[in-house]
Design a protein around this ligand. Structure first.
Ligand SMILES: *[C@@H]1O[C@H](CO)[C@@H](O)[C@H](O)[C@H]1NC(C)=O
Ligand SMILES: *[C@@H]1O[C@H](CO)[C@@H](O)[C@H](O)[C@H]1NC(C)=O
Length: 347
């Protein structure tokens, strides 16, 4: 065998021995140049993009944190935005009114009865009694006295009043203005009057008096509803029961939905010391009402609701509300009625 292998495979091997390292070196240089060029562009030539990337990273982290809260309380965060926040969102014409001198100079406060008469119904203090001249329409409706409707609240009321007084501080927490949302025929309103009198407070009852789902559907509500021409007569029974209960000096009615009522009070800068929510007890509706009335409740005030133990929708919404807002829930001894005290510092 000679020193030089002149066969074809031999020549190929010799060529490869020289060419492959050159190819490898060339490829390596190309790759490192490419990498360096990219790196330089990234680090030096494009600082704006780097800042942008960092900002985007921050935003992504924030979004991740936020969606964590929303994942725990998806329902509450939507309700807070739609009911709580909406209470403080006047439309254009209302905004103009709020900027008028009379409202702008008014502090948020608990209104007196005379103020309510004037600003809600345009009635002066010298006017005849609010209830004078009322006549029950016996030709259209069945008379339904409060004795026919003894609610859980009526049974539990002494415990409720004790609980409120234990949550309010005697010197700091005057009770001048109580709002009941959901009054039906006035059984609980007539009971609240005892408490209101003790504190010289006014009780404003907010209800459409048009009934909820049960009242339109269940046979036991046929009488108090007395629907004629597609409309019920709960309001007439309520007014007659307030008159018969000797409660006309304490109780005033406002025939609107709970949400509209909360917005009206906010727009008038009227803030209740105690709110009692006894509306439809429907899931979602109760949560919306909790957010709406929490907005207008005075710091240091108390929000009350009944049937916590009896209506699963109430328990569901109240539990979600206090968990979301990180609040303390109190109960009467019976566990029927719940209470939440609004912290003095903003919450
Ligand atoms: C309520 O008013 C009466 C009469 O003005 C007054 O004597 C009483 O102290 C008041 N009570 C409270 C709790 O403010
Ligand atoms: C209302 O007052 C009248 C007259 O004083 C009295 O006869 C009646 O028993 C009172 N009703 C209630 C429910 O207190």
């Amino acid at each position: 065998m000679s020193r030089h292998d002149n066969t074809a495979p031999g020549r190929l091997r010799r060529a490869a021995f020289f060419v492959l390292p050159v190819l490898a070196f060339g490829l390596g240089s190309l790759l490192s140049t490419f990498y360096y060029w990219n790196h330089v562009r990234e680090m030096k030539l494009d600082p704006l993009r780097r800042e942008n990337d960092q900002l985007n990273q921050k935003i992504q982290n924030l979004q991740r944190q936020q969606s964590k809260t929303e994942a725990v309380f998806p329902y509450a965060s939507i309700m807070e935005e739609n009911f709580g926040a909406s209470v403080k969102m006047p439309d254009k014409q209302l905004k103009t009114h709020l900027n008028s001198i009379i409202i702008r100079n008014r502090e948020v406060h608990a209104p007196t009865r005379d103020e309510l008469l004037k600003s809600l119904y345009g009635i002066g203090p010298q006017a005849v009694s609010f209830y004078d001249g009322f006549a029950f329409p016996y030709d259209q409706a069945v008379r339904y006295p409060t004795s026919k409707y003894v609610s859980n609240f009526v049974r539990d009321h002494q415990n409720v009043f004790d609980l409120i007084e234990s949550l309010m501080l005697p010197k700091e927490d005057d009770i001048r203005f109580i709002v009941e949302a959901g009054s039906f025929v006035g059984s609980s309103a007539n009971v609240w009057v005892k408490f209101a009198r003790r504190h010289n407070a006014t009780l404003l009852c907010i209800d459409t008096w048009e009934g909820d789902v049960n009242m339109w559907v269940l046979p036991q509500f046929k009488q108090p509803m007395s629907i004629t021409y597609g409309r019920g007569h709960l309001y007439d029974n309520f007014i007659q029961n307030i008159i018969d209960g000797n409660s006309t000096d304490v109780v005033l009615p406002m025939a609107v939905s709970s949400l509209v009522g909360a917005k009206i009070l906010w727009a008038q800068k009227f803030s209740p010391d105690v709110v009692y929510i006894d509306t439809a007890h429907e899931q979602g509706e109760t949560l919306g009402e909790l957010f709406a009335y929490w907005e207008i409740l005075r710091p240091g005030g108390v929000l009350i609701g009944d049937d916590y133990d009896y209506f699963p929708a109430v328990k569901h919404d109240v539990d979600e509300f206090v968990a979301y807002k990180n609040l303390h829930l109190s109960f009467t001894k019976s566990g029927k009625t719940f209470a939440i005290k609004k912290p003095r510092s903003n919450s």
